[in-house]
Design a protein around this ligand. Structure first.
Ligand code: SAH
Length: 260
C-alpha cells in the first residue's frame, strides 16, 4: 500500500499522530493499524495498545517515551524533536498515543512542532478513555433524562469555576482523567462549593483490561473508599447521576468478551 494521508510523496518522511484507544488492539481503528504496520519508527506511551510491539517488524524502531503521572521521563520538547528528527531522515513516524491524541494527549503541541519544522503531519482519532472507560463499566456518560452534558477535566489542574458548577449540577456528568492523586482535593473543593455529598461517583481502573475494576461511591465517601481499596492510575473518575450503581446494567462490564 502506498500514499497515506495528504500531500506527502510515497517514501518521504512524515509523522502521523495515532490515537490508540484504551488498550486492546482490537480497539485500534483500521487506519491506525495500517499506519502502524507500515511505520519505520513508532514512538509510544505507557498507556494505550502497548501490545502492538509484538506485531511490528524487527526493523521497526520503537521509542518508548511513556509518562507516569507526575513524572515525565521524556520531556515534551524532546519528544517533539524526536518526531521531527526521524521524519527528516525520511522515516514514516507513528506517534502512538493512548486514547485520542487531542484529549489530554498533547497532540496539538506535536502537530504544531511538525508544522513549524515543515514536516507533513496527520492525526488519526482514537477511542478516548473519557468515553470508553466509563462505558466498559456500563456507565453511559450521557443518558436521556439523567445527564445531557459532559464536562471533562484533568485531575492535576486547578479546579475552576466551570468544573465546580459541573460538579454541583445534577444533570452534568464530570469525567476526570489523571485524577487519582488529585481526588481528595477535587472532592474537598466540590463539597465546599456546594455539591451534594450523596452525588454518585464511580472510579474505573484499567478500563478494557482483564483486571478492570469499578469502585462505586459518593462524593462524601469516595476518598475513604478509594483509599480502602487502594485505587491507582490509570483510572477514570465519573461524578454524576450516571455513575449511580445499577442505573442501567448492574455490575455489568462491557469489555468485549464476545470477540475474545
Ligand atoms: N489521550 C488519552 C488520555 C491521556 S491522559 C485518552 O483520550 O484517553 C491519561 C489518563 O487517561 C489516565 O490517567 C487515565 O485517567 C485515563 N486512561 C487512559 N487509558 C485508561 C484505561 N485503560 N483505564 C482507565 N483510565 C485510562
Amino acid at each position: 500500500m502506498t500514499g497515506s494521508g495528504t500531500g506527502s510523496a510515497s517514501g518521504s518522511g512524515r509523522v502521523d499522530l495515532v490515537g490508540g484507544g484504551p488498550g486492546p488492539l482490537d480497539l485500534l481503528t483500521l487506519r491506525a493499524w495500517r499506519l502502524l504496520i507500515r511505520a519505520d519508527v513508532v514512538v509510544m506511551d505507557r498507556l494505550g495498545p502497548t501490545d502492538i510491539r509484538d506485531h511490528l517488524g524487527p526493523d521497526v524502531e520503537v521509542i518508548d517515551v511513556g509518562k507516569h503521572p507526575g513524572h515525565h521521563p521524556v520531556p515534551q520538547d524532546e519528544i517533539n524533536e524526536i518526531l521531527v528528527a526521524r521524519a527528516r531522515e525520511g522515516k514514516r513516524v507513528v506517534r502512538l498515543k493512548g486514547g485520542d491524541p487531542f484529549v489530554y494527549g498533547r497532540g496539538g503541541e506535536e502537530v504544531a512542532a511538525c508544522l513549524a519544522a515543515g514536516i507533513p503531519v496527520d492525526v488519526v482519532p482514537g477511542i478516548s478513555s473519557a468515553v470508553a472507560v466509563p462505558q466498559a463499566a456500563g456507565i453511559p456518560i450521557t443518558h436521556r433524562g439523567v445527564a445531557g452534558t459532559v464536562h471533562i477535566v484533568n485531575g492535576p489542574s486547578e479546579i475552576g469555576e466551570a468544573t465546580l458548577a459541573a460538579l454541583r449540577d445534577g444533570s452534568v456528568t464530570t469525567v476526570i482523567l489523571m485524577g487519582v492523586g488529585a481526588l481528595p482535593r477535587i472532592v474537598a473543593d466540590a463539597l465546599r462549593a456546594g455539591a451534594p455529598a450523596d452525588r454518585p461517583v464511580a472510579i474505573v481502573e484499567r478500563g478494557h483490561h482483564r483486571d478492570q475494576r469499578t469502585t462505586r461511591s459518593t462524593l462524601g465517601a469516595v476518598v475513604l473508599d478509594a483509599g480502602r481499596v487502594g485505587v491507582r492510575n490509570p483510572a477514570v473518575i465519573v461524578v454524576g447521576e450516571v455513575a449511580r450503581a445499577g442505573l442501567l446494567l448492574p455490575d455489568h462490564q462491557l469489555t468485549g468478551d464476545a470477540v475474545r
